[in-house]
Design a protein around this ligand. Structure first.
Ligand code: FES
Length: 132
């Protein structure tokens, strides 16, 4: 335990106090090659911790995780949800669901309204009507 304690209490503070951190923006332009080289371990440590934190807390960054599904529960037993309609059978007007929350899928039943309210999304149906 003493090596860890010594590192935290003595080595790291000594290292940080000896870093050539300038007092002004212009001071960064006056740093020499050795100064910049002495900043590399700190930059690598900060970059590494930032990267690991991002990987740990950003769900989409994890390679083992699929992207969020658009379809939460409609016909999940088929590989691809496809609905075919004969234009003659549709009638004068129809509204097809695009939010994937309708209990009457593929037709819109208004479920997009509470879904939009909860999620902050703005999806709605695609409405088709026949010209008269
Ligand atoms: S219920 Fe899905 S778009 Fe209306």
């Amino acid at each position: 335990m003493e090596p860890l304690s010594n590192t935290i209490r003595v080595t790291v503070p000594n290292y940080l106090s000896n870093l050539p951190i300038p007092d002004s923006v212009g001071g960064w332009f006056r740093l020499g090659v050795r100064d910049w080289a002495s900043l590399i371990p700190l930059a690598a440590a900060v970059g590494g911790v930032t990267y690991l934190t991002y990987k740990a807390f950003c769900p989409r960054a994890r390679p083992d995780q699929k992207k969020a599904a658009v379809n939460p529960n409609i016909k999940k037993n088929v590989e691809k949800v496809v609905d075919m309609f004969d234009l003659e059978d549709i009638g004068d007007k129809v509204a097809f669901c695009r939010c994937w929350r309708s209990k009457n899928f593929p037709y819109c039943d208004g479920s997009h309204t509470p879904y939009n309210r909860e999620s902050g999304d703005n999806v709605g149906p695609v409405c088709l009507s026949r010209k008269k």
